[in-house]
Design a protein around this ligand. Structure first.
Ligand SMILES: Nc1ncnc2c1ncn2[C@@H]1O[C@H](COP(=O)(O)OP(=O)(O)OP(=O)(O)O)[C@@H](O)[C@H]1O
Ligand SMILES: [Mg+2]
Length: 381
């Protein structure tokens, strides 16, 4: 879904959206000090990531992934544009303040920097000692994380006696032991076999679900795509695509179940899913009002809504209740007629929405789709 940028369109009063953990706006970056060597490597990037999201970033070598990651991790100074991380505006912070932000971030970068004279366990314990005093808790947590990454048998080994992949996993254990609020990882599974790579992503997923940790992972490893909530593609210093993967899959599954969209090709459904946005309505909130002009198509993500005719009059009548996976609002977009009913959330409800221009271009992609819709709507009269 391309909702990465701030949306200037007015929202209904009931609309709410979670605060992002990470916000990038108009970000440009250059390398080189002199006019001859100065080269722009990031161009006008925008990105928003919500709490608990796992974002996978891909793109060709030299496209700017590591540069972007190091700016997000407060390892480089923002030159132009804005970056907000965990509520802190990095573009306004300097020195010690940036160090403070880094404390809440778990870095998994390629150079592991393990202490050669310390065992795997001691390396992980050191990271924990920065935030925790209880020695038993420190020990137990270090063993737990190392075991989750398949190193339970090797906790007393020093780095020299571990393989490259095992060292990489100790470094990952050290970065994740403190349950950082944000995890920035650059090719964390590149040196790992399938099983070890899976253990790493399982741990990231567990931290996301249990602790609300947000992860941004640069990777070319398509074996771990299934863990991603969002996939961001970079090319030539720009974010070229930004897709909410799990959401797109869910939308396609819902649309496939509906009579209106069932026969559409997967690629048309994916095009629709990619431009849908989400909005929440509280219990009792009016989603659409009978008589208003149609401006959006809705698909219910969670919760229930009532379809009410003549609301507020003596003839008020609930004619249907719609649930997760069901859709509404397409009729007036297709016919241009006003909304023919009022829709009210029975309980807090979350919707996927498609605005009119995107709806029209989605159906324009498919002539059979338009014909089919016209037929269905005609039969409904
Ligand atoms: N320290 C530096 N000084 C000058 N130019 C740099 C520096 N680091 C990176 N670059 C250049 O900036 C561009 C983006 O590099 P970056 O390392 O961000 O790409 P990347 O997408 O991470 O690539 P890879 O997949 O190979 O790791 C490249 O053209 C690279 O040559
Ligand atoms: Mg890189």
């Amino acid at each position: 879904m391309s909702e990465a940028t701030a949306d200037p369109r007015p929202r209904s009063s009931t609309f709410r959206r979670a605060e992002p953990v990470l916000r990038v706006e108009r970000l440009n970056h250059w390398y080189g000090d002199t006019d001859e060597t100065r080269k722009q490597v990031l161009f006008d990037n925008e990105l928003q990531v919500a709490r608990g999201e796992i974002v996978i970033m891909t793109g060709p070598s030299g496209s700017g992934k590591t540069t972007l990651l190091s700016l997000l991790g407060a390892l480089r100074t923002v030159q132009e544009g804005e970056i907000e991380v965990l509520g802190q505006p990095l573009h306004r912070l300097r020195g010690k303040q940036l160090v403070q932000v880094r404390r809440d971030i778990g870095f998994i970068f390629q150079a592991h920097n393990l202490f050669g004279s310390l065992t795997a366990l001691q390396n992980v314990r050191m990271a924990l000692e920065l935030k925790e005093r209880d020695r038993t808790r420190i020990h137990n947590r270090a063993v737990e994380v190392l075991s989750a990454l398949g190193l339970g048998e090797r906790i007393h080994y020093k780095p020299a006696r571990l393989s490259g992949g095992q060292r990489q996993r100790v470094a990952i254990a050290r970065a994740l032991a403190n349950c950082p609020k944000l995890i920035l990882a650059d090719e964390p599974t590149a040196a790992l076999d399938e099983q070890s790579g899976r253990e790493v992503v399982n741990l990231l997923k567990k931290l996301a679900v249990e602790e609300g940790c947000t992860s941004l992972i640069v990777t070319h490893d398509n074996r771990i795509l299934d863990v991603a909530d969002r996939i961001v593609g970079m090319a030539n210093g720009r974010i070229k695509s930004n897709v909410l993967l799990q959401q797109a899959i869910e939308i396609c599954e819902f649309l496939k179940q509906s009579e209106t969209f069932a026969h559409l090709s997967t690629s048309t459904l994916t095009n629709i899913a990619e431009v849908m946005e989400t909005e929440k309505h509280p219990a009792g909130g009016i989603v659409i009002r009978q008589g208003d002009a149609g401006d959006k198509f809705y698909l219910i993500k969670s919760g229930e809504v009532d379809v009410i005719l003549n609301k507020g009059t003596a003839n008020e009548r609930v004619v249907a209740t719609l649930r997760k996976g069901q859709c509404f609002g397409e009729a007036s977009l297709l016919t241009g007629a006003p909304r023919n009913a009022t829709i009210v959330a029975r309980q807090e409800a979350e919707m996927y929405t498609l605005d009119e221009p995107n709806f029209q271009s989605a159906i324009a992609l498919s002539e059979p789709f338009r014909k089919e819709l016209e037929k269905i709507l005609f039969q409904r009269q």
